[in-house]
Design a protein around this ligand. Sequence first.
Ligand code: SF4
Length: 413
Amino acid sequence: MTTPPLRHPAPQTLPYLDDDAKAALDPYMAQIVGYRKSGLSLNHIIGCPLDCGYCVRHFWGNFDVKIPHLLCSTDQAIDRLTTHEAFRAHVTPIQLFNKATDPFLPGVKPHLFQILHALDARGYTNHVLVITRFHVTEQDMAALEQLNYLRVTLLFTYSGITDDRIEPIAKTDTTIKSIRLAAAHSRRTGVVLYWRPIVPGWNDQPATMAAVLELGRVVDAIVFTGLYHQPENADYLRTLGVDVPYGHDYHRRKTMPRDLDAHVVAAWRQSGISTPLFRKTSCGVAYAHQTPDYNGHWGVRELCDICPATQRQRCADDYREPTTADMDAVLTQLGYQTHYQIEPGHVWTHGLGEQRRYAIQHTLRHQIWELDQPHYLHAHGRSLNGHTADPDQVATLAGVREQFEQAARYEDD
Ligand code: SF4
C-alpha cells in the first residue's frame, strides 16, 4: 500500500490581481502557461519580495510588485497546464513558478504542493523543475519524497555573490542551508546547485568560486550560467552604485564570454569535487534522474566535454536524427507550420516562435533552431558577447535562408 503524501496546509489566500492591474500587465507577465527552453512553464502567481537586483521581472515592469498575486485559481492553472496544446503526459518537462516569484515563499508554497500532488495523482512521470533560493524545510523534502511518479528537481539558485545590493538574500545563509538540507533528505528528488549568474567582478574571484564548488559537493549536479544583461536590470543596479560589466552591449540571451566559461570549468576541475558540472539546465536535470538530455544537446557535442562518461553514453544511445517523416508528423500533431532543414545535430526552422520550437524540441529530444536567432559555435544559447561568429556557419546560414526563401516563392507561385 502506498503511503499517502504529506499534505501542506491548504493554499492560503494570496490576493488576486484585480482586473485593471491584469489589463495593464505586460503580455508576457499575463501569460499563465508558456513554453520555455527548459519546459512548459506554469506561472499563475506573480510578485516576489526577494529583490535580486538582476531579476528578469525588471524587463516586464513587474519588479516593484513585492507581494505574490494570483492571476487565477490553482485548479484553473493546473487545468490550463494539462490542456495546453503542447502538454504530453510523461514527456513534456514542466517548470513551476520560474518566471515571477519564488515557489518556496510561504504564500506560494501551498500552491506549489497542490500542483505537484494533482499531477502526481494522475500518474504523470514528467520532469518537473522547481527553481528556488528560499527556505526548504524537512517537511517540504518529506512531501517531495513521497511523490510517486513525477521526476522533480529542485534547482537552487546560488551565486556566491556577497554584495547585498545585488542579492539581498546574500546577507543570510538561507540558500546554503536549504541546499544542504535538500541534499541530505533527497532520494528520488533531484538536487541541483544552479550557479548563476556568474558575472565578472561580482563572483568570479577564485575564493568565491571555490566556496560555491565546495557547497556543490553535496548535490547531484551543478549547472552554471551567466547574466541576462539588459538595460532595465543594468540601470537599476547602476542606480544602486553597483559596477555592471559588459557596458551597453545588451542581448536577449545570457552572457557567458568564452574566457569566463573556461575559468569556471578550470575552477571546477581544480576543486577536485566529484559533482558533475553542466552548461545546460536540462543536462543537469537529466543527469539527476539518470535520463538522457531532453533538449538533445548531444547534437551540440562541444557542450558535452565536461559531462560524465555514463551520461554521455545515455545521451548517445538516445540520440536519433529526425527524418522528414518525424518532422512532418510532429508538425501535424501540434498543428504548426514551418519550412525546415535537417542538418547533423539540429533542424533549422523559421517563424515558429520560441514556444512552438521548444514544443517540437522536447517531443523529438532534438535541437530545433530558428534561422533569425541562430546559435553559433562555442556560444550555444549564449549572447555573442565574448564570442565570435564562425564565418563558415554564417555562410551556411545564408544558404539555408536562401533555400527557405526559394521554397516560399515556389509556394506563392
Ligand atoms: S552528454 Fe551532452 S547532452 Fe547529454 S547531458 Fe551531457 S552535456 Fe548534456
